[in-house]
Design a protein around this ligand. Structure first.
Ligand SMILES: [Mg+2]
Length: 324
């Protein structure tokens, strides 16, 4: 127990530990070190986690081997004294700082209203599904020959053609309506502005690292006046490498003047935001689970999970940042 307390002296809550330390603790190790008894598979541990082992009577199986008298009891986040200072918090943009799926939905509705007036015979549900399928395939020209707005108008055009409507002017108008309506409703999620100002008040740098096409992302950033609020803004499409590549995270840290080990990454996508933050050695990663999804087995594991940005304050508190 003494060892637990000394490791956790930096202030990490000891309550979760006390609730499970009813058994005799036989070993404690930080990071992926092998337990002194040699029984611990590295894969069961993750960096910045404290593993707890305790003695018990039953036979346990670790990595295909049976061991008696030892079991991995659990993992809890732990921070060393050195890494406790949060110097920067970096956010993803879409569906993290702004509920983009809601803005998209409003914009799609406006587009379909236009189609309803012009070509009432078109099955609008089929049209939208077809467009989205094409969009997910290639949201912009992979060869960068066609301008992004024209490219997306072309996707609408192809979806219309599937229902016998050949009208590129309408397709262009549809994309214009989409862009206009989406940007009109592209606003910070509740609490974002206050949160960022509170972080600034604590002298913590605040940045955005967003993937996507530069023209599209810059228009979104302008719509919500991001540069007035954030110290550093990086767009994946403008960089040699997008998220989850380490380079973009390291560049963001460099521009903001904070180290990866004192930085926090907050985002809604496990395979870009969380994986990238983790691989870059960030102090902590926070998954904004806006769509209430299950954490997929075997995927990147965030240090913290919240359902909206308004819950970030509690996570920061655990990291030693008390916002006013
Ligand atoms: Mg996102």
């Amino acid at each position: 127990m003494h060892a637990v307390q000394s490791i956790l002296q930096s202030g990490e809550s000891i309550r979760p530990l006390s609730s499970i330390l009813g058994q005799k603790v036989v070993g404690l190790r930080l990071k992926c070190n092998v337990h002194t008894n040699g029984f611990v598979d590295r894969r069961v541990l993750r960096p910045r986690r404290l593993a707890i082992f305790y003695a018990r009577e039953e036979k346990v199986n670790i990595s295909g081997k049976d061991f008696k008298g030892l079991e991995v009891m659990g993992e809890v986040p732990v921070l060393s004294t050195k890494s406790r200072n949060v110097g920067g918090v970096f956010f993803d943009l879409d569906d993290t700082l702004v509920l983009t799926h809601q803005a998209d939905s409003a914009a799609h509705s406006a587009v379909l209203e236009l189609v309803k007036v012009r070509f009432p015979q078109v099955d609008r549900s089929v049209l939208l599904k077809s467009f989205i399928k094409k969009f997910v395939g290639h949201a912009w020209d992979p060869e960068h020959k066609v301008e992004v707005t024209q490219w997306r108008a072309g996707l609408w055009g192809k979806a219309l053609e599937e229902q016998g409507v050949v009208n590129l002017d309408l397709a262009r108008e549809m994309q214009d309506v989409f862009d206009r309506e989406r940007l009109r409703s592209f606003r910070w999620a509740s609490g974002v502005e206050a949160l960022v100002r509170q972080l600034h008040a604590q002298h913590i740098k605040v940045g955005i690292i967003t993937n996507g096409h530069p023209v599209v992302q810059r228009a979104k950033l302008q719509a919500c006046k991001a540069s007035e609020l954030f110290d550093t803004i990086l767009v994946g499409g403008e960089e040699p490498n997008s998220k989850p590549h380490k380079d973009i995270f390291l560049k963001a840290c460099g521009l903001a003047g904070c180290k990866p080990e004192e930085s926090v990454m907050v985002g809604d996508t496990l395979t870009t935001d969380i994986l990238g933050g983790f691989n870059t050695g960030f102090l902590s990663t926070v998954w904004v689970n806006v769509h209430n999804e299950e954490l997929p087995p075997g995927g990147p594991k965030p240090d913290h999970i919240i359902s909206s940005i308004s819950e970030l304050e509690n996570v920061l508190k655990q990291l030693g940042v008390a916002l006013n």
